[in-house]
Design a protein around this ligand. Structure first.
Ligand code: SF4
Ligand code: MG
Length: 319
């Protein structure tokens, strides 16, 4: 269970001058052990920030980060896989040294021989050849480089992997190969995934549950097939329309109904109201609470509350 929070006034975390990251407000979710929860939303919704907070790459600015690892009380051992494998692999290192680095750093193997044997095993696990260890990152395709990143992430035998748009830089056919690899690894190693994507179609077959984020908040969270069969939040419905189809197989269509507002100056009430086809006066004045529905799914929308509120188990929030 994760509770990630940073107050409105501290929504941005300063990293370098003029470079900010989106912060998040009261985002709470459960990642089922051995399963996959995906966070989905447009760029700037805070999903990457949540990923980095969860793995400790960013400190929460003035908020809190609490998680309850449910793995026999053991500390959470999380690893992160990034969107751009080329940027995250040192170009001057041979692949075997890239993968061996965490083994050496954490002294997970004693002898050089054991380290190299483990590297060869990891390369095989991700569908590469042990001989590939002698090459440099630039000698590989984008998909192969992502396999190398995955091998490095697995070197420490983590139980939990946070994957931030791991296939977004890849061609569609290569994306499918990497997603298949990740699913196989999950089955074989009992891995738990937090998967971040802007594309619902990418996470559909990975996820047990999907949380849709908008401007630093979760607006809907549901079991995957329920979300696809019955998207309740108007923003989820909008995202569904951007899924690639036969006419547009290459990439998701742009969301055409308006821009994402600045996270520094979020709209009052429901933050989605300037773009929402169902918005009324209440929406621009009052922030919808997160409603937990009878099926265990959550949604934050006045219209859904009016339609389904009677059957809701509880009203939580504000979230
Ligand atoms: Fe749209 Fe209102 Fe629901 Fe927000 S609360 S998603 S503006 S209908
Ligand atoms: Mg991102």
């Amino acid at each position: 269970k994760f509770d990630v929070s940073a107050p409105w006034l501290n929504r941005v975390v300063e990293r370098k001058p003029k470079q900010y990251v989106m912060a998040v407000d009261d985002v709470s979710f459960d990642v089922p052990k051995g399963g996959c929860l995906s966070l989905v939303g447009e760029s700037g919704c805070g999903k990457s920030t949540v990923a980095r907070l969860v793995t400790g790459l960013y400190p929460p600015s003035n908020g809190s980060l609490e998680f309850t690892p449910d793995i026999n009380g053991a500390p959470l051992s999380a690893q992160m896989i990034f969107q751009d494998p080329y940027a995250s692999l040192n170009p001057r290192w041979k692949v075997r040294d890239i993968i061996a680095e965490p083994l050496r750093e954490l002294k997970l193997r004693e002898t050089e021989e054991e380290i190299l044997a483990r590297v060869a095993e990891l390369l095989t696990t991700v569908g590469l050849s042990p001989n590939d260890g002698g090459k440099f990152p630039h000698e590989f395709s984008g998909g192969q480089r992502q396999r190398i990143s995955i091998a490095r992430a697995l070197a420490t035998e983590p139980r939990f992997l946070v994957c931030d748009e791991p296939t977004s830089a890849l061609d569609v056919s290569v994306q499918a190969q990497i997603l298949n690899l990740m699913r196989r690894l999950q089955d074989e190693m009992g891995l738990t995934y937090l998967f971040i994507s802007h594309d619902l179609s990418v996470v559909r077959h990975m996820s047990d549950r999907i949380a849709v984020m908008y401007l630093g908040r979760i607006v809907e969270e549901a079991e995957t097939e329920t979300l696809f069969a019955n998207p309740r939040h108007p923003y989820t419905q909008l995202l569904m329309q951007t899924i690639p189809n036969i006419e547009h197989p290459k990439r998701a269509r742009e969301v055409t109904t308006g821009e994402v507002p600045s996270p520094l100056n979020p709209p009052k009430g429901c933050a989605f109201h300037p773009r929402c086809p169902l918005a009324d006066a209440r929406c621009s004045a009052e922030r919808p609470a997160v409603l937990t529905l009878k099926d265990g799914n959550r949604v934050a929308c006045h219209r859904v509350e009016e339609a389904e509120g009677d059957s809701a188990r509880e009203l939580t929030g504000p979230n």
